[in-house]
Design a protein around this ligand. Structure first.
Ligand code: PMP
Length: 311
């Protein structure tokens, strides 16, 4: 990702990337004390417009993460939405971009992990990003392994919170997968059922039925997951089964894909070197890729309200 080339929004001001720094004395630098969102903007070449995809849903989830983490910040939903638009506009993007909107815990003096009240610790927010392409994965799919690491659980480090520190768990799984020659990992929860990939929700098709783990399986409540469930139910006129998924079901599934803001709908073509179906992306995966793309580019009138214009 080339995000370091672009301007950054830092606490209400757009600054040059080399000016965008946060103190070493902050809890975010030391302990990963922050919550964030990863958001995409799609360029509509016909309308010559850049649109933020599902901005409201991302801001709502950010505030849910903050609520769980008891972060009573000075930021309002509107101020952060405006920040995202100001950031994109300042960079004059005329292509698809992906950005992070982070709200972090600043310097809490000697309060350590106990400091959380507004008079004990300050909060900051930052927005940065740039183009993020992954065409090869979209076209050809990923080879993944089931990780030997387990997903963090709700009573330890809630995966529902999109907290920076949570990603040390994903990092362990991703490094293991890469070291062993895979593109990514699927992570099981404490009970041994499927949770998610390192940065995306996971779905599989068995006998024409789309199946995905429930939001209580130790996953982030993915915005794309919810959207794909809606798309499938609307266009295939079938319910998505939200239930626990066993590891061995992955070996006999007809199709598997992961989905997320960054990944969009990315096929998974093998698990633990066992081919998924024919070993090529399947028809339901392809159709959901197309439907998501059409919606995000403003080509499906039903979903135009999910787009916030930047210009
Ligand atoms: N799970 C994890 C662990 C993620 O990091 C992401 C990306 N935010 C997702 C799932 C997908 O979530 P969303 O569709 O909201 O981007």
């Amino acid at each position: 990702m080339s995000e370091k080339k672009y301007k950054v929004w830092l606490n209400g001001k757009v600054v040059r990337p080399e000016e965008a720094s946060v103190s070493v004395f902050t809890q975010t630098a030391m302990r990963g004390a922050n919550v964030y969102e990863g958001i995409r903007c799609y360029w509509d070449a016909d309308a010559r417009q850049l649109n933020v995809w599902k901005l409201d849903q991302h801001i709502d989830r950010l505030f849910q993460s903050m609520k769980i983490m008891r972060m009573e910040t000075q930021f309002t939903k509107d101020s952060l939405k405006q920040g995202a638009l100001d950031w994109a506009r300042a960079n004059e993007f005329r292509e698809d971009v992906h950005f992070r909107l982070v709200v972090y815990l600043g310097d809490g003096g000697s309060g350590g992990v106990r400091a959380f009240k507004a008079d004990e610790i300050d909060f900051g927010a930052v927005i940065f990003g740039g183009p993020r392409r992954h065409q090869h994965a979209l076209d050809h799919g990923l080879h993944v392994a089931v990780s030997s690491w387990r997903r963090i659980s709700d009573d330890v480090m809630p995966a529902r919170v999109k907290a920076g520190a949570n990603y040390q768990n994903n990092r362990l799984a991703a490094m293991e997968a890469r070291t062993n020659g895979y593109d990514d990992a699927l992570i099981l929860n404490r009970d041994g059922s499927l949770a998610e990939a390192t940065g995306a929700a996971v779905m599989m098709v068995r006998e024409g039925q789309l199946i995905t783990p429930p939001v209580t399986a130790g996953i982030l409540e993915s915005i794309t997951r919810k959207f794909v469930i809606g798309l499938y139910e609307k266009y295939h006129n079938m319910r998505v089964e939200q239930r626990n998924v066993d590891r061995t079901e992955l070996y006999i599934a007809d199709e598997i894909f992961c989905c997320g803001t960054a990944e969009e709908v990315t096929p998974i073509v093998s698990v633990d070197r066992i081919a998924v179906g024919s070993g090529k992306p399947g028809p339901i995966t392809r159709r959901l890729q197309e439907l998501l793309e059409a919606a995000a580019r403003g080509k499906d009138p039903a979903y135009r309200k999910e787009l916030t214009p930047v210009y």
